[in-house]
Design a protein. Structure first.
Length: 265
């Protein structure tokens, strides 16, 4: 279930996700890059193991900008409330350079301290999804009030890249923003953890993934490739595998993914 944030924090929070799934033993789920960072509230106390890390059980995790994919081994039922932040949202809220969180998935308490345990406990006691979202809106608004506004140049750049579904060439973006490449790349790395070119690639791949889920037959792969400005179908498949670890056809036939970029293997 995807839900919008309060308009007061929409410049920081892209949307909320509420994910539920029953669990019998261990299950492996793949999370791949979608251009955003986020906070995962683990309301069912499922344990999680990421890559070679030891399994751990925490009430909340943070994840940084992914440049590829990450496999997570989960034990127990999933009941997650996820705050999907704007690409620059984590840097704006906590003033930690996004490069430090890149490709990371770690307990939120390491950065946010005991405050996150408090909001996590209140979410568990909430009577409804609506109450959960209300609590998160209020909590994030209080944090954002104390911070300066996001960089206007970043807001404009992200908007332009999204509008072009990741296909806008960087040199055209630079001309539209009237900024030099070195400055924009420095700002992007600080705010999002990746370069404008890398972010554009992630946005383009996700636009393709969204289209794949709307279509039923593999014959449509060539059309999707050209629609998203790939050279050909082979280029599309290679790029898609780089970010997700699977082919477009495999992704298209995934049964009931929990989210666009989160699926059970």
């Amino acid at each position: 279930m995807q839900l919008p944030p309060s308009p007061h924090i929409a410049h920081i929070v892209k949307h909320y996700l509420v994910l539920k799934a029953g669990g019998h033993g261990d299950s492996v789920h793949r999370l791949f890059a979608d251009g955003n960072t986020g906070i995962v509230f683990n309301l069912a106390a499922a344990s999680l193991k990421s890559s070679s890390d030891a399994a751990s059980m925490h009430s909340c995790w943070l994840y940084g900008q992914l440049n590829s994919f990450r496999d997570l081994t989960l034990s127990g039922s999933i009941h997650w409330v996820i705050v999907v932040l704007q690409p620059y949202g984590a840097y704006h809220l906590w003033n930690v350079p996004a490069t430090e969180w890149k490709d990371s998935f770690f307990p939120a308490q390491e950065v946010l301290g005991n405050a996150v345990e408090n909001i996590g406990s209140r979410l568990q006691q909430a009577a409804s999804v609506s109450d959960c979202i209300g609590l998160l809106n209020a909590w994030l608004f209080r944090i954002s009030e104390k911070m300066k506004q996001p960089d206007p140049l970043m807001l404009q750049a992200i908007q332009q890249i999204r509008a072009g579904k990741g296909s806008l060439p960087v040199h055209v973006l630079l001309k539209q923003l009237q900024v030099n490449e070195r400055m924009l790349e420095r700002k992007f790395k600080l705010n999002t953890g990746v370069t404008p070119k890398q972010y554009s690639g992630i946005v383009r791949m996700n636009a393709s993934a969204r289209k794949l889920k709307q279509l039923q037959y593999k014959e449509s792969l060539t059309a999707i490739a050209y629609e998203n400005n790939y050279f050909d179908q082979a280029h599309f498949i290679k790029d898609f595998r780089k970010y997700t670890g699977i082919t477009p056809w495999q992704y298209q036939h995934t049964v009931a993914p929990l989210a666009l970029n989160f699926l059970r293997l």
